[in-house]
Design a protein around this ligand. Structure first.
Ligand SMILES: Nc1ncnc2c1ncn2[C@@H]1O[C@H](COP(=O)(O)OP(=O)(O)O)[C@@H](O)[C@H]1O
Ligand SMILES: [Mg+2]
Length: 248
């Protein structure tokens, strides 16, 4: 494997009597697009929140490019971008103003921010709506804007927690194309998704977690042939006993 971007070792998170994460160990290589899959309540968001320094693990540790997420949070924050499940946009600002606000929070140079705002709004199909108040955007547009906010500072590593959930097909394909471009730029991406066809199309490797434990790891093709099924959705059902769309 290439040099690791992310190293997770024996990570656990307990909430009262729930093991949200149970001894998870995992490595993600630099430049890899890694899919973290699992039924509702499996521990995907918990994992991402710990990796981003938003949540303290009960035990274990994680490193991003060699920096411990708990001991070096400032360094880690410079390296990562995060698109969390709760949309972080300001509804009274326009799309462009939201982008500028986030760019300024990252202390981006004005010219660099201008260029990047124009580029990302275009790539995610929001140029024409950039001057409208973001609160008036459709759900799919808000998710696309959230993605821009997460990536405005051009981070090496991005955590995207269900970036395409409830998106219309057109928005979803715009996001897929965008993620493929980021991959060409050798960015490391951790993606959680409910859509197995999305994971199959985009991910170099996937990890399936259930009840906080890693139950499968490999390329989509490896998991499909190991389990003697036709696609990743069938792998998922076979291993978790659940349909991905079922509520837990
Ligand atoms: N703040 C919390 N307090 C108590 N339990 C929680 C909390 N956050 C998550 N959990 C529980 O931890 C488990 C994993 O949740 P989560 O990581 O959000 O799953 P996923 O993102 O895979 O749907 C679930 O059983 C969930 O109910
Ligand atoms: Mg989640």
């Amino acid at each position: 494997m290439n040099e690791s971007a992310i190293v997770i070792e024996h990570l656990s998170k307990k909430y009262q009597d729930v093991n949200a994460l149970d001894d998870l160990s995992l490595q993600v290589a630099k430049g890899e697009l890694f899919g973290l899959l699992g039924p509702n309540g499996a521990g995907k968001t918990t994992t991402i929140n710990i990796l981003c320094g938003l949540l303290k693990p009960s035990s274990g540790d994680a490193k991003i490019c060699g920096y411990d997420v708990q001991k070096d949070p400032a360094k880690v924050k410079e390296l990562i971008g995060v698109c969390i499940q709760e949309t972080a946009i300001y509804p009274y600002l326009t799309g462009a103003e939201n982008v500028d606000l986030f760019g300024n929070l990252h202390a981006m140079d004005k010219a660099a921010l201008n260029n990047r705002r124009v580029l990302l709004l275009k790539k995610l199909g929001l140029s024409e709506d950039a001057k409208r108040r973001a609160g008036k955007y459709s759900g799919g547009m808000k998710r696309r804007l959230s993605l821009i906010l997460a990536l405005i500072h051009d981070p090496q590593i991005a955590f995207l927690d269900e970036p395409t959930v409830a998106m219309d097909p057109q928005s979803r394909h715009a996001v897929w194309d965008f993620l493929k471009e980021l991959k060409k730029e050798n960015k490391t991406l951790i993606l959680t998704t409910h859509y197995m066809e999305e994971a199959e199309e985009l991910c170099d490797r996937v990890g399936i977690i259930d009840h906080g434990k890693l139950i499968a790891l490999g390329t989509p093709q490896e998991l499909i042939s190991q389990n003697k099924v036709k696609n990743l959705e069938e792998v998922f059902i076979k291993l978790t006993g659940r349909n991905i769309r079922e509520e837990s």
